[in-house]
Design a protein around this ligand. Structure first.
Ligand code: PBG
Length: 326
């Protein structure tokens, strides 16, 4: 490595053209996925208070959002459902006529080239708000696997392009892979929420998805924010069980994990910029304390630079629109 004055890093920063020439990381609309919340009814658009710019919508309104995303070059959407009724096992999750399943069919009919990813979990569907069935006051891992598999098969039957389990039960990727294969969906890929950390960054989402746990929290199944080596074990386990892509979540506070997962697996890595990350940028922007658009773009670029191939973000449309201008 040469030193000053023979090496002057500023030489390549002098003009916008030079900076562009040596730029290492690019953000493109095709790398973005937009999460959407669907509920039953028509012409419904219900704002989520803690996530300005995000709504729960009925299928017809969801199609408008999806069409806009697709026209901006966004590659895919990630669907979450708000069911009409909840019960102890979350049985609406595998109802072929529930809002998510209807949304999948409508999307594949209207926008066949938009990648439809579905979140597979029970927390939106159970009356207690946990991600699996409860036995003796705790989430019963093995009894939950079969239910997740049913939900995944129902999504595949409706036409989902990618199945994304987010429940963090042990063994769920293998259970879902086997069920999909068994039902003739061996070509449908699994994007595993492999390194999903428990914590406060999901707060606003739980209002959006109406999935707040009614007792306790998710620390007995989601990961401890302190653990990086364990995140790698989770990732390798999911790959061994048949995951085609792996996810790190949240994204911004866990850039080190994204970097290690990409470097050590070489697998396609998705990172989820979650509701709390979104809400913080929106809130500070609203107050005029930060330049909202620039912080948004830098936050996404950082996630890419860390090693993510795909970014799931509530900013997908806005970011794609800005990218088209530059
Ligand atoms: C379902 C799920 C959650 C998120 C994605 N899938 C909530 C949770 O685990 O409590 C969070 C997404 C976000 O905060 O934007 N388990």
């Amino acid at each position: 490595m040469p030193s000053f004055p023979s090496y002057r890093p500023r030489r390549l920063r002098r003009t916008a053209a030079l900076r562009r020439l040596v730029r290492e990381t690019w953000l493109q609309p095709s790398q973005l996925v937009l999460p959407l919340f669907v509920r039953s009814g028509t012409a419904i658009r219900q704002p989520v208070d803690s996530m300005p710019g995000v709504d729960q919508t009925s299928v017809d309104e969801l199609l408008r959002d999806a069409r806009e995303a697709a026209s901006l070059g966004v590659s895919g959407v990630l669907l979450f459902g708000i069911p009409d009724r909840k019960d102890a096992t979350g049985s609406e999750a595998w109802n072929d006529d529930a809002p998510v399943q209807q949304a999948i069919r409508a999307l594949k009919r209207e926008l066949p080239d938009l990648v439809v990813i579905t979140d597979v979990c029970l927390c939106e569907y159970t009356e207690h708000g946990h991600c699996g069935v409860i036995r003796d006051g705790a989430v019963d891992n093995d009894a939950t696997l079969e239910l997740l598999a049913r939900e995944a098969v129902s999504h595949a039957r409706a036409g989902a392009d990618i199945i994304a389990p987010s429940d963090m039960m042990d063994g769920r990727v293998a259970a879902i892979r086997a069920a999909l294969d068994n039902e003739g969906f061996s070509e449908i890929p699994i994007l595993a929420y492999a390194a999903k950390f428990a914590g406060p960054f999901y707060g606003p989402f739980r209002e959006a998805a109406e999935s707040t746990p009614q007792f306790g929290d998710r620390r007995a199944y989601q990961m401890d924010a302190a653990n990086a080596d364990e995140a790698l074990r989770e990732v390798f386990l999911d790959i061994e069980e048949g995951a085609d892509m792996v996810m790190v979540k949240p994204a911004g506070p866990f850039l080190d994990i994204i970097h290690r997962v990409k470097a050590e697996t070489g697998y396609p890595v998705a990172a989820y910029q979650v509701s709390g990350e979104y809400a913080m940028i929106q809130a500070a922007g609203e107050r005029g304390w930060i330049d909202r658009e620039r912080v948004m773009m830098d936050s996404l670029l950082s996630i890419r630079r860390a090693g993510a191939d795909v970014i799931i973000t509530y900013f997908a449309r806005e970011a794609a629109r800005l990218l088209a201008r530059h």
